[in-house]
Design a protein around this ligand. Structure first.
Ligand code: ARG
Length: 304
């Protein structure tokens, strides 16, 4: 059994007070298929309840009325805990202007809840970065780029955070964030959907994860199975194909299904609704040779 993830017990979420499909910035969004607000609220509460029952913490902020996608809290920013225990959030700089105002509400919220904050770009100037594209795994911060995050953001993240960044080029329009195709499960395992990436990046990701559990393109797109979260040895999933369930159970995981289907209408699922803020980066980074695109670590202490 791989060592349990050291993070994934503290989440920030956004209450779905104004969730609707108002524009189309991903292939799942259809203005003719609106979420039911009551069902959405119930599903969101069920998810909070599931996380708490597994020993996780949830802190929630309210949704801006003019930001219908703000419920996808994963994209507010990349939260990390520095080696000295202080918290920091790299704020997202959304690709699509329809979501950019979320940052101006999230930044003061994080600052008021004990985090320093920084930007790789803001208000349309500088590199785009959406936090649903970034995960700590192994020796590095793994960052998807292409549809949303720009490659330039990876350099900023490496320098600003003083960590190794491994970039993966996303080419699939339906897996526009890394969290739709990649889910760290423990220190050696992850759910991986290679179909999201160009050949080189798919290979690099398969090489990076010692024990990948592979999802087909169809599984990833129709079940959102990669868009799951892990609390200890429990994987909280929107759905789980039988074969994947068998592999997860053989690896010592339990599966908890939580229906968040109303949120699939906006193109997001469980991971998108939750933002883990207890990720530690930069501990004991071993050297890594070859494989993925690697921006060498600068070893700088975090600013701020
Ligand atoms: N409608 C949202 C968007 O396109 C969905 C975000 C999903 N979130 C995620 N972390 N993948 O931005």
């Amino acid at each position: 059994m791989g060592t349990t993830l050291a993070w994934g017990r503290q989440y920030v979420m956004v209450r779905p007070d104004h969730f609707r499909v108002e524009y189309r910035i991903n292939p799942f969004m259809d203005l003719a298929d609106q979420p039911d607000p009551v069902r959405a609220r119930e599903q969101w509460e069920d998810l909070v309840e599931a996380i708490r029952s597994l020993g996780g913490d949830v802190d929630a902020l309210g949704q801006r009325e003019d930001a219908p996608d703000m419920v996808y809290a994963m994209n507010l920013g990349l939260g990390i805990v520095r080696p000295d225990g202080r918290r920091h959030v790299v704020m997202s700089h959304m690709r699509h202007p329809q979501r950019r105002m979320e940052t101006s509400t999230a930044q003061p919220w994080f600052a008021g809840h004990g985090s320093t904050t920084s930007y790789v770009g803001r208000e349309g100037v500088g590199a785009h970065f959406e936090a649903g594209d970034a995960f700590a795994f192994g020796d590095a911060l793994v960052v998807g780029y292409g549809p949303r995050t720009e490659e330039l953001a990876l350099k900023h993240l490496a320098v600003d955070l003083g960590v190794r960044v491994r970039g993966l080029r996303i080419t699939h329009p339906g897996m526009y964030h890394l969290d739709l195709a990649f889910c760290p499960l423990d220190e050696t395992r992850a759910l991986v959907c290679p179909a999201a990436f160009d050949d080189e990046s798919a290979e690099a990701l398969m090489a990076l994860v010692p024990e990948p559990i592979v999802l087909t393109e169809e599984e990833a797109l129709t079940t959102f199975a990669a868009n799951s979260i892990v609390i200890g040895r429990t994987v909280v999933m929107p759905a789980c194909p039988d074969r994947v369930r068998a592999e997860l159970e053989a690896a010592g995981f339990e599966i908890r299904i939580v229906d968040v289907s109303e949120f699939h209408k906006g193109g997001g699922s469980i991971r998108c609704l939750t933002n883990p803020v207890d990720v530690r980066l930069g501990r004991d980074l071993p050297r890594v040779e070859g494989g993925a695109v690697v921006v060498p670590p600068m070893g700088l202490p975090l600013a701020g």
